[in-house]
Design a protein around this ligand. Structure first.
Ligand SMILES: CC(C)(COP(=O)(O)OP(=O)(O)OC[C@H]1O[C@@H](n2cnc3c(N)ncnc32)[C@H](O)[C@@H]1OP(=O)(O)O)[C@@H](O)C(=O)NCCC(=O)NCCS
Length: 185
C-alpha cells in the first residue's frame, strides 16, 4: 500500500451506512449486528454529545471507524472532561496494518486539543496499553466489570494530574451505552 495515504476525517451523515457495515464486518456475524445497532444509537443519542466519530479511508474506501462519546463523573470533581472510546473497528482484511492504531492516535490528539482530560475504554487489555491506556482503578465503570475482565477497564490521561482528581468517582455514559449487558463481557 506504499504511497497510498491513509486519510482520517470526521464522519458525515452520508457515511452512516458504510460505518455500520464496517462494524458488522469487523465484529463478525454474532457480535457485528449488535455493535452496528449500538453505533447507530450512539450517533443519534443526544446524551452522547459531544462525540468524536472518525473514519479512516484510502482512495475513498472506508477502512476503519472509531467513536468517542461523552462521559460524566459522579460525584463531579469539577473541571474534568471525559470521553468513552466505544467502539473501534477495522475492516477484517486490513487488520494488523496499523489502521486501528492510527485512528486511536488521531482521536486522542483531537480530544487533547479540544480540552479533554481522560479517555476511558472497555477493551482488549493486550491492545490498548500500546496506546497509553492502563487498567483503571480510580474510576468505577458504569456497571461492575466481572473480576476476570478487570484489566479490560482502562483509562488514558490526556492532561497532567487528571486521574488523581477523579479518584473514587463512577463513570456515567450516554444513554445508548447505559445497559448492563454491554459491560458484562
Ligand atoms: C482490534 C482492532 C480494532 C485493531 O485494529 P488493527 O488495525 O487491526 O490493529 P493495529 O494494526 O493498530 O495493531 C496491530 C497490533 O495489535 C495487536 N492486536 C490486534 N488486535 C488485538 C487484540 N484483540 N488483542 C491484543 N492485541 C491485538 C496485533 O497483534 C498487532 O500486534 P503487533 O503490532 O505486535 O504485530 C481490529 O483488529 C478490529 O477491528 N477487530 C475486531 C473488532 C474489535 O475487536 N474491536 C475492538 C473492540 S475493543
Amino acid at each position: 500500500m506504499a504511497g497510498r495515504r491513509l486519510f482520517i476525517r470526521p464522519t458525515r451523515a452520508s457515511d452512516r451506512a458504510r460505518v455500520l457495515d464496517l462494524h458488522r464486518a469487523a465484529f463478525g456475524p454474532h457480535e457485528g449486528p449488535v455493535i452496528a445497532d449500538l453505533v447507530a444509537d450512539l450517533l443519534d443519542d443526544p446524551t452522547a454529545a459531544p462525540r468524536l466519530s472518525l473514519l479512516a479511508e484510502r482512495d475513498g474506501r472506508p477502512l476503519g471507524h472509531i467513536l468517542f462519546t461523552r462521559a460524566t463523573l459522579s460525584p463531579d470533581p469539577g473541571g474534568i472532561q471525559a470521553r468513552l472510546l466505544c467502539p473501534l473497528a477495522v475492516s477484517p482484511e486490513l487488520q494488523e496494518q496499523g489502521i486501528g492504531g492510527a485512528l486511536i492516535r488521531e482521536g486522542l490528539s483531537r480530544l487533547r486539543e479540544a480540552g479533554c482530560d481522560l479517555v476511558f475504554v472497555l477493551g482488549h487489555p493486550g491492545y490498548y496499553p500500546r496506546h497509553g491506556f492502563h487498567p483503571c482503578r480510580p474510576v468505577s465503570a458504569p456497571y461492575p466489570i466481572p473480576a476476570q475482565n478487570a484489566d479490560a477497564w482502562m483509562v488514558r490521561g490526556l492532561s497532567p494530574d487528571a486521574l488523581e482528581r477523579v479518584e473514587g468517582t463512577t463513570l456515567g455514559c450516554a444513554t445508548a451505552l447505559d445497559l448492563p449487558h454491554l459491560w458484562a463481557e
